[in-house]
Structures are given as structure tokens and as C-alpha cells.
Design a protein around this ligand. Structure first.
Ligand SMILES: [Zn+2]
Length: 268
């Protein structure tokens, strides 16, 4: 009996010892794994325009609020000769990709347009129609259209390939970028650097256009095309507006519907 008791005591102290030994081990260092969440590739858009061959049914640049372009994607070299001397704007290189912080904000439904318009106008002001020869009646609001898993959050302005594209506002060219969905694109910041305008599927840039270049409302900046995942038989300008976050990242912001701003009477 005594030996059993001693055995039990021994076993218990063994367990206790093992427990103490274990609990006193320094914590395992946690491997610092940078979790890089690449935004999902944007859904392909439904066709907005003429019937198309089965292969090419889609128009659509990146999905908004949106990493407009996956930050990790390496820009393809864009053959734009810098003919125009560019003021040395110190554009900080894009920060390393971070998890997309911006969650899509609820946007007022179309029914609440009057309020939405005035709020957006206060932020954005009046804009020039970005495509030559287009008037407000030719536009349709596809901002809230769901294409794939994402909202469109842009407007598609159909026009003949090569139609001039104008800067809608004063500001500077924040980034010329060639992306898989958007093709040749321009990210244009307004003067206050609070708003970014995004022009996608361009056929080409105007000669000499360069990062950092100052632009005036109405300046010719490019030409309508179907680069990226646009339907080649339906060239158009995919035009988006987004409010920049405090970091002023050209690929990140909160989408604003361009439609009410472009059909406003003082937008021309
Ligand atoms: Zn579009």
C-alpha cells in the first residue's frame, strides 16, 4: 500500500514537473507572415453594347472601391516618349501592397439621386464630358450594375475608336498604367489631390503624356479604344471617379458615380 502511495506521488510530481517545464518554455516565435491579399480579378462585364462574337463579350476594367488595379501587378512598359518636359513631381512609389482596407461603401440608390448628386458635386465639382462629341443624353448609368461578383462602379461611354478623350478636370497625371483588365489607363488626380479620375481601355495616350504631368480641364490626353478586356467590337471609355484615401494611393479609393456629374447641366 505504501509503495502504491509513493508511486502515485511520484507519478503526480512527474506530471507536474512536465507541466511546469512545458509552461515555462518561452513562447514560440510567431513567424511573421505578410499576408498579401491580392484583389480578386475583376469580373468580366456584361456587354453594354452591340452584339458581339462569343469570344469577346466583355468590357471591364478593374473592380472598384477597389483596388483599381492589383497593386502587385507590374506595369507593362508603355512606349510613351516623353516629349514634353515634366516638372519633377515627387510621386512617391506605390507603397507595398496591403490588404484592401476599403470596404465597398454603400452608395445611395438611384432613387436618392438628388441628395447623392449634391453631395458628389460638392466633392467633385462639375466635370467636362471626357469623350469628344458625346452629350449627356447618350449616357446611361451603369454604376450599380452587378457584373460578375462586383458592381461596375463606373460609366461606359461608347464611341468610335480613336475619338479624343479629354481631362475632365484640372490636376495632374498620377499614373499611366497598362493593366490586364483596363488596358491602357490614366489615373488623374484633381488639383486638391482628393479625387482620382480613371480612364480605361484607351487605344493610346496623346503623344508625350507622362506621369506627373499637369493637365487642364479639356486637355487631350488619349483616345478611345478597347485595350484590356473590352470587347474589340465595342470600343468605349470606361470612366470612374474615386475619392482618395489619406495615403493618396492611385489604385485605391471609394467609388463615386460619374453619371450624375456628367449629366449635370454645367458639365460640358
Ligand atoms: Zn466599364
Amino acid at each position: 500500500m505504501k509503495s502504491i502511495f509513493i508511486f502515485v506521488i511520484g507519478a503526480l510530481s512527474g506530471v507536474l514537473g512536465a507541466y511546469l517545464l512545458f509552461s515555462m518554455r518561452p513562447p514560440e516565435p510567431v513567424a511573421s507572415v505578410a499576408i498579401v491579399t491580392q484583389p480578386a480579378p475583376p469580373p468580366q462585364e456584361a456587354v453594354v453594347a452591340p452584339p458581339s462574337p462569343p469570344s469577346a463579350g466583355v468590357i471591364a476594367p478593374a473592380a472598384p472601391p477597389y483596388e483599381l488595379v492589383p497593386p502587385g501587378a507590374a506595369p507593362a512598359p508603355i512606349p510613351v516618349p516623353a516629349l514634353i518636359p515634366v516638372p519633377a513631381v515627387t510621386a512617391a512609389p506605390p507603397a507595398p501592397p496591403s490588404p484592401a482596407a476599403a470596404s465597398p461603401q454603400a452608395v445611395a440608390p438611384a432613387a436618392a439621386a438628388p441628395t447623392a448628386v449634391s453631395v458628389d458635386k460638392a466633392r467633385v465639382g462639375s466635370l467636362l464630358m471626357p469623350v469628344a462629341g458625346i452629350n449627356a443624353r447618350q449616357l446611361s448609368d451603369s454604376f450599380n450594375q452587378v457584373r460578375g461578383a462586383e458592381r461596375h462602379e463606373a460609366i461606359d461611354i461608347m464611341a468610335t475608336r480613336g475619338t479624343p478623350v479629354f481631362a475632365v478636370d484640372d490636376g495632374r497625371i498620377a499614373k499611366l498604367f497598362n493593366s490586364k483588365p483596363g488596358g491602357l489607363t490614366i489615373y488623374h488626380f484633381d488639383t486638391a489631390e482628393k479625387i482620382a479620375y480613371y480612364y480605361a481601355h484607351l487605344d493610346r495616350y496623346v503623344a508625350g503624356l507622362a506621369d506627373g504631368q499637369r493637365v487642364k480641364r479639356g486637355d487631350l490626353i488619349g483616345y478611345v479604344g478597347s485595350t484590356g478586356n473590352a470587347n474589340p467590337t465595342a470600343p468605349h471609355l470606361h470612366f470612374a471617379i474615386f475619392e482618395l484615401g489619406p495615403e493618396k494611393r492611385w489604385w485605391q479609393g471609394t467609388a463615386i458615380n460619374p453619371y450624375p456629374l456628367l449629366i449635370a447641366p454645367d458639365s460640358k
